[in-house]
Design a protein around this ligand. Sequence first.
Ligand SMILES: C[S@@+](CC[C@H](N)C(=O)[O-])C[C@H]1O[C@@H](n2cnc3c(N)ncnc32)[C@H](O)[C@@H]1O
Length: 202
Amino acid sequence: MTISKRNALDMWNEQFSQFKEKGIQYFEPNSWLKSYLPILHDRGFNQVLEIGCGSGNDTRFLVGNGFKVTATDFSEVALSIVESNIPTVQILHHDTQNKFPFEDGGFEFIVASLSLHYFDVSLFKQILGEVRRMLSDKGLFLIRLNSVNDEDAQKVHVIDRYFYSIDSCRELFEGWKEIELGEHAIDYYGKEKIVIEGCFER
Ligand SMILES: C[S@@+](CC[C@H](N)C(=O)[O-])C[C@H]1O[C@@H](n2cnc3c(N)ncnc32)[C@H](O)[C@@H]1O
């Protein structure tokens, strides 16, 4: 059986409008990025690009820890939430499938939490090429992706979603230096989610 795919942008805008109505909850004290603070500080990193920031949970954590953050998303509703809650962030309305309007090597690290598993392998590799281009020498890419071991992997979805194992993630990052790669059970908006989390050096 085939199901009709809803327009992904409409779905995200609808979801973030519901968040807005209910009141945004931030949970940055438990941020997954906490464990990377030592390496980011040791390297003296400051400039970060966040891809697919959503309502800004990681954005707030990064700003709160003194980083200069540029956050992108294609959902205008998500960006309006970020703009009104995190005034110091620079936001950019941008579809991740398109080339980013940033110079080569302009960011010391790039963060993409649960925002790149919507693209097929070929598109993912193209985006990874952009990430590489925008990172400075020895810059870091911190990423979280859906795991094949998450219960959602068995479900039919209204928009495309891809699920990764440690091995398939490692394959995508061939040519990068692996700093950290593992599978974790996280609490995501009150629900357990199994994710692949990685930190790769350019
Ligand atoms: C699961 S949310 C993750 C949000 C946030 N990074 C977090 O971890 O809570 C996925 C985000 O990716 C964004 N997104 C999905 N496809 C996108 C695209 N083609 N271009 C830009 N953003 C996209 C959605 O709007 C949404 O904000």
